[in-house]
Design a protein around this ligand. Structure first.
Ligand code: F0G
Length: 420
């Protein structure tokens, strides 16, 4: 068995070609390859740098450029928009940027995953998951979502012409995310409950009706998301930063970050790890609570935060993310909704912008610098996970910046006052 699924808890192995999301012990799975070390010497930073300049299918995608780290698949099954190739903004204090000043970090970069085709990092995992769904010839795909996974799945399923069902926690998904999955043609099913309930329902429905589940519980989604770290290191000329910081909800992204780094080290592309910092909202902080208790207990909770994308109280990828934290000498931090909004305002008014869940990462960087866990001279990369237009409900204009009901005749007076 060259490629197989392995339980993150008890190490039991399963056939890769059979659809499975959990081990018999109930834990989640990871994709493994017994021939992985044979990639050593066959792939190099030079190979990826050459492909980056190429417009050739599938290397124009910032996911499939690193296809050796994914799994073997015939190009005819690959469904790509293409995704990735997102900007890495240099916003450190050393260049006098306001985000650098806000966080007090000299060398700060923001990897804007909100610049993916559907506006969030989810597209990286989705291109891999949907391509595999195409290869399998599944009859339908589904997910539960706080809004970004559903937008992404709806788009990729439409591209692959596979029927798509999305399960959404009623009244808790932002209007623009809901609009996306409706517009792409998915069947939207509102669940009278929170994300964690929707997640548990969708897993049961998918198993009962043999619908292919494309939440991050599906290990193939995480394979695609590994490419965030490959691409950001490539943009840094393969120099390793001290820290990579990202928001944590269902913890799929933190897991794939850890896994991606491990892959790179195993094939000799990097020789050490950056430290990972996962930031949670105070009202949705089960992973933070577990970390504070040395991971002795797996906390769950009823989540409550204005950062709706990460309003999650029972993260599916808990164990995978714990591994990422332990292997990279990482940390977990929490920030309040107020701190999230302050960070968002700075990111937005710097001209870059992001959704509230993404601002959690910048708020966390600021807090970790204050605690001197991150040194102000460290090289830090923060991952902005979603686009500014993803959560319009949380964009509140100040009276000075949004003048309403202005009469034409009073305009010259108002403008001259504004310019004074
Ligand atoms: N940021 C954004 C913008 C998200 O949409 C999510 C998750 C996260 C961060 C957290 O990432 O779950 O990998 O820890 N959104 C999921 C969704 C839950 O349904 O769209 P994670």
């Amino acid at each position: 068995m060259i490629i197989f699924l392995r339980c993150v808890s008890c190490d039991k192995k399963f056939d890769f070609s059979k659809i499975r999301y959990r081990c018999d012990c109930g834990e989640v799975l990871e994709v493994e390859r017994s021939d992985f070390l044979s990639l050593k010497g066959k792939i190099s930073t030079k190979l990826f740098d050459t492909r980056w300049k190429s417009r050739q299918f599938p290397y124009q995608s910032g996911v499939w450029r690193y296809k050796e780290f994914l799994f073997p698949i015939d190009g005819k099954y690959i469904i790509t928009r293409p995704e990735g190739n997102t900007n890495l903004y240099n916003v450190g204090k050393s260049i006098s940027n306001k985000i650098g000043k806000f966080t007090n970090v000299d060398f700060l970069y923001l990897k804007h995953e909100g610049e993916n085709p559907t506006g969030s990092f989810k597209d990286r995992g989705m291109t891999v998951g949907i391509s595999y769904a195409k290869l399998l010839g599944v009859k339908a795909v589904a997910c539960a979502s706080t809004g970004n996974t559903s937008s992404s799945l709806a788009s990729y399923a439409a591209l692959a012409e596979i029927p798509c069902f999305v399960f959404l926690p009623k009244g808790r998904v932002s209007s623009s995310k809901l609009a996306q999955s409706i517009a792409y043609g998915a069947t939207n099913i509102e669940i009278d409950g929170d994300f964690d309930e929707a997640m548990s329902i969708v897993e049961k429905i998918c198993n009962q009706f043999h619908i292919y589940l494309l939440n991050s519980i599906n290990p193939l989604r995480l394979e695609g998301q590994k490419t965030i770290v490959y691409e950001l290191l490539q943009q840094l000329n393969w120099k390793i930063p001290n820290w990579v910081v990202l928001p944590g909800g269902n913890l799929g992204n933190a897991s794939s970050l850890g896994r991606g780094l491990k892959d790179l080290k195993e094939v000799g592309i990097i020789d050490k790890f950056p430290r990972i910092a996962v930031i949670q909202a105070h009202g949705a902080n089960p992973f933070y609570r577990s970390y504070k208790g040395d991971f002795k207990y797996r906390h769950t909770m009823n989540a409550d935060t204005l950062a709706s994308a990460i309003k999650i109280g029972n993260p599916v990828s808990f164990l995978r993310a714990k591994k990422a934290i332990l292997e990279t000498n990482g940390v977990v931090e929490e920030v309040t909704d107020q701190e999230i909004l302050e960070a968002k305002k700075i990111i937005d008014t710097s001209g870059i912008g992001c959704e509230p869940a993404s601002a959690t990462c910048v708020a966390g960087i600021k807090k970790l610098v204050k605690k001197t866990i991150i040194k102000k001279s460290d090289v830090v990369v923060g991952v902005l996970t979603g686009h500014i237009l993803k959560d319009p409900e949380n964009i509140l204009p100040s009276k000075e910046k949004f003048l309403r009901n202005v009469q034409g005749t009073t305009l010259p007076h108002i403008v001259s006052k504004l310019l004074a």
